[in-house]
Design a protein around this ligand. Structure first.
Ligand SMILES: Nc1ncnc2c1ncn2[C@@H]1O[C@H](COP(=O)(O)OP(=O)(O)OP(=O)(O)O)[C@@H](O)[C@H]1O
Length: 386
């Protein structure tokens, strides 16, 4: 076993993380999901430093899609070698294709904008990966390099494992974790939730991890070399020419695939009009992109289904929440009125321009992630401003 020789002492922030890990509930035998990036590398190193028995685990998700996956496998293997821990590589390509790639392509074809990351977390990383670790390694716990925080179940949390935003607001990934069930959350550890990215890189550098200065991966991990969604979809969908229309059917332009547009989009429409136009609807059946001037493009309400309540039990009465409708969008105030335990309507305080069917609406109370669900295609609710 090679022992890493730190060059100076850890910062107080890292010491606090190590202390929390030493006190964390569970057997302290843990699988660590390793992508080969700096975040998961440091996750493994911190757990080991806190005395946990670490098993490196890398899912092989895609073949023939660029060098990033291959590089990741090599970097993860090298990290495990330097830490002196086992490294397991599991072939999940078929599962990933069915659960994520096909789901994405079909969704875009139908005019919704699917959210691959939260689904990947639920259907790939934290479902099957956890099950594999339990069956093959006897590990009941799993750690990843996500920037989010967990509060273990206790009387003060009404017996629920609660999910909180990562302290680093730029890196906070709680939005993508809203769909994890309680029995999964109870088995997870996110050591980086209390750190910011700079601290992560500093500590990785201090420990001599080879990934300390590795470039950040891009938002989309599916395409060649982490390319754009357009490049990814173009590889799967043939161009399908169609019309760009106003709500009254007036044709204002043409497109080569509705999947290249997103709700709220204003730039790059290729339409010359007397005033700026926003995309308000992607109509899969008609193969049309529907646009509207800004005064008609906002929505004040939407319905959300398939809700997963995380930090609180399903509410029985209306409550005020902060809602994020995109990973990078600012939280917006809304009144959440439950329709059932898994559906609700959201009435926003101010008009919204990027409410997108298929994306997640995630509800927060400050740093606490209350729950979230999928924005529905049509709303039965009338705009109050009409
Ligand atoms: N192929 C994989 N196999 C196992 N675990 C993975 C894999 N891809 C990602 N993960 C886990 O999920 C976490 C978040 O994934 P994401 O793609 O957001 O990576 P990231 O933020 O770029 O982190 P990293 O620096 O570790 O690559 C990673 O830190 C890692 O723990």
């Amino acid at each position: 076993m090679t022992t890493l020789l730190p060059t100076a002492s850890a910062t107080p922030a890292v010491e606090a993380v190590l202390e929390r890990l030493r006190l964390w509930p569970g057997e302290h035998h843990i699988a660590v999901g390793l992508s080969g990036g700096v975040d998961s590398s440091l996750t493994a190193a911190l757990l080991q430093a806190a005395g946990w028995q670490v098993e490196g685990l890398t899912l092989w998700l895609m073949s023939g899609k660029g060098a990033c996956c291959a590089e990741g496998l090599v970097d993860a293997a090298a990290l495990c070698e330097s830490l002196g821990v086992p490294h397991h590589v599991v072939d999940f390509r078929e599962h990933f294709q069915a659960q994520i790639v096909d789901f994405l392509v079909q969704g875009y074809q139908a005019g919704v904008t699917p959210l691959p990351c939260s689904r990947c977390n639920r259907e790939v990383k934290f479902g099957p990966m956890l099950a594999w670790a339990e069956k093959e390694l006897g590990c009941m716990q799993l750690a990843t390099g996500h920037y989010a925080r967990l509060r273990p179940a206790a009387a003060a949390t009404a017996g629920r494992t609660q999910l909180l935003r990562g302290l680093d607001s730029h890196k906070d990934q709680s939005y993508f974790l809203y769909d994890l069930p309680q029995q999964v959350l109870a088995r997870l550890v996110f050591p980086l939730g209390e750190l910011n990215k700079t601290q992560t890189r500093q500590e990785a550098g201090r420990l001599g991890l080879r990934t300390a200065t590795k470039a950040e991966s891009q938002d989309l991990c599916l395409a060649d070399h982490h390319g754009s969604m357009k490049a990814f979809l173009d590889a799967y969908l043939a161009p399908r020419q169609g019309q760009i229309v106003l709500a009254d059917g007036t044709v204002v332009g043409s497109h080569d695939g509705i999947e290249h547009f997103t709700i709220g989009q204003r730039k790059g429409l290729g339409v010359a009009w007397s005033e700026p136009l926003h995309v308000v609807k992607l109509d899969g059946a008609m193969n049309q992109v529907v646009v509207a001037p800004r005064r008609e493009a906002g929505r004040i309400a939407c319905q959300v289904a398939a809700i997963n309540w995380v930090s609180i039990a399903p509410p029985q009465a209306a409550l005020q929440v902060e809602v994020q409708v995109r990973y990078r969008s600012a939280p917006e105030l809304a009144l959440l009125t439950p329709i059932s335990d898994s559906t609700c309507q959201l009435q926003f305080l101010e008009e919204q321009f990027s409410i997108t069917p298929g994306q997640a609406a995630v509800f927060y109370a400050g740093e606490l992630l209350l729950g979230g669900g999928l924005i529905q295609r049509e709303t039965a609710i009338q705009r109050e401003t009409d």
